[in-house]
Design a protein around this ligand. Structure first.
Ligand SMILES: *Cc1c(COP(=O)(O)O)cnc(C)c1O
Length: 388
């Protein structure tokens, strides 16, 4: 029987027709753009994520650029990002003319190393060419970044903080979601993410009412929002509907996708619990056979977007597992600071030795909420049978 890396069809079967019914209801409802399901989902998402406001948008990349536009990030500004992440985290920074500064990660959690972050900020300040503005911390593979430490650094240096929870949405530290520390949490509903839809989608969450309105306007061509009306926007036209108050974009979450997400969010807490159990079982069974299993600080909950181990002969193991019918993936073989398009941007003080080691030893194994023990045992047996 062939094995899935992420089995989304098993999830669909488990939901037993609920998604199909929700999609058809959205089709029949006819409000295909910004229909009532979008508002409903935003309210439920905000409640789940412990934020005052949540806004859907077209994808997780747009979710990252919305707050940067709102804050006026531009040429001459520095935005601190990890290099060990998916392209999108850094991609939106040069879009605005700003400069991404690549910061190394912690060897245990693979998330931004707070000490390296502070050193990078201080180096940029000392050089005096760029203005430090924003830190984007990533909840890599589902594990929350060290927000208490990163937030303290942001406060000391007057920087905004974004939690890129495209992978980690739903993760917590001592029961608190990243928005407790971050100005904005962003997420992606790309199908393979832990909370995914059936296409592209994303969201921003924030407690800041003014920023929420700003991003609401930006995602729909700079439309008029309540604060603009208060400031007298209606004087520009008898119908404020077609006023552009700021230079925005078209980045909405489709009604059909919101309908899918309403169903998936209902079961998401149970799925996170299942993923925690599956990961703990993997850790127990795999520890003797690999260089390192994932390390999750005791008060953290990860959604296990990826279950990633280290092996000194990673490529050999990957080939062996492929021959055994076990799908794997490498995230990320080429970190951002080594990518052709990004190599010209600055690196934090001391370079990125941890990232450069991880890229050669990490390997991600099948992981999803429907992974049963028999399948997991096949993965473990295949790894245990690798000689080299
Ligand atoms: C997937 C991902 C994104 C981008 O999300 P899209 O919806 O694909 O645009 C951003 N950051 C990280 C860390 C991701 O994994």
């Amino acid at each position: 029987m062939s094995m899935a890396f992420i089995d989304l069809q098993a999830q669909r079967r488990r939901l037993n027709g609920a998604i199909e019914a929700a999609v058809m209801a959205a089709v029949e409802g006819g409000a295909w753009v910004m229909g009532p399901q979008v508002r409903q989902f935003e309210e439920e998402l905000a409640a789940f994520g412990q934020a005052k406001h949540a806004l859907g948008c077209a994808n997780g990349t747009d979710a990252l650029i919305l707050p940067l536009i709102a804050w006026g990030v531009r040429t001459g500004d520095a935005v601190f990002v990890p290099s060990f992440t998916f392209t999108a985290t850094a991609e939106i920074v040069p879009w605005l003319g700003a400069t991404p500064i690549f910061v190394d990660v912690d060897a245990d959690t693979y998330n931004m190393d707070p000490q390296k972050l502070e050193a990078a900020i201080e180096a940029v300040k000392a050089e005096g060419k760029l203005t430090p503005r924003v830190v984007i911390a990533v909840d890599l593979f589902g594990q929350p970044a060290d927000y208490p430490a990163i937030k303290a650094i942001c406060d000391r240096h007057g920087l905004k903080l974004i939690s890129d929870s495209a992978q980690g949405f739903g993760c917590t530290i001592g029961g608190e979601h990243p928005i407790k520390w971050a100005d904005v949490t962003t997420t992606s509903f790309f199908p393979a993410k832990p909370l995914g839809c059936y296409g592209d989608g994303g969201a921003v969450l924030t407690d800041d009412e003014d920023l929420a309105q700003e991003m609401d306007s930006l995602r729909v061509h700079g439309k008029v929002v309540a604060k603009d009306m208060k400031a007298g926007a209606a004087e520009f036209a008898h119908d404020p509907k077609y006023l552009a108050m700021r230079i925005g974009m078209n980045s909405r979450l489709d009604t059909i996708q919101a309908a899918v997400l309403i169903e998936k969010l209902r079961v998401f807490p149970d799925e996170i619990a299942a993923r925690m159990r599956i990961a703990a079982r993997y850790n127990d069974l795999l520890a003797p056979h690999v260089t390192a299993v994932p390390r999750l600080p005791a008060r953290n909950v990860s959604n296990w977007a990826q279950y990633t181990v280290e092996h000194e002969n990673r490529d050999g193991l990957a080939a062996h597992l492929k021959a055994q019918g076990v799908p794997t993936a490498v995230y990320y073989p080429v970190p951002m600071h080594m990518q052709p398009a990004y190599a010209r941007f600055p690196q934090g003080a001391g370079g990125l030795p941890v990232t450069e080691r991880l890229k050669d030893v990490v390997i991600s194994l099948p992981m999803h909420a429907d992974l049963d023990e028999a399948t997991q045992d096949r993965v473990v047996a295949a790894i245990a049978s690798f000689a080299g």
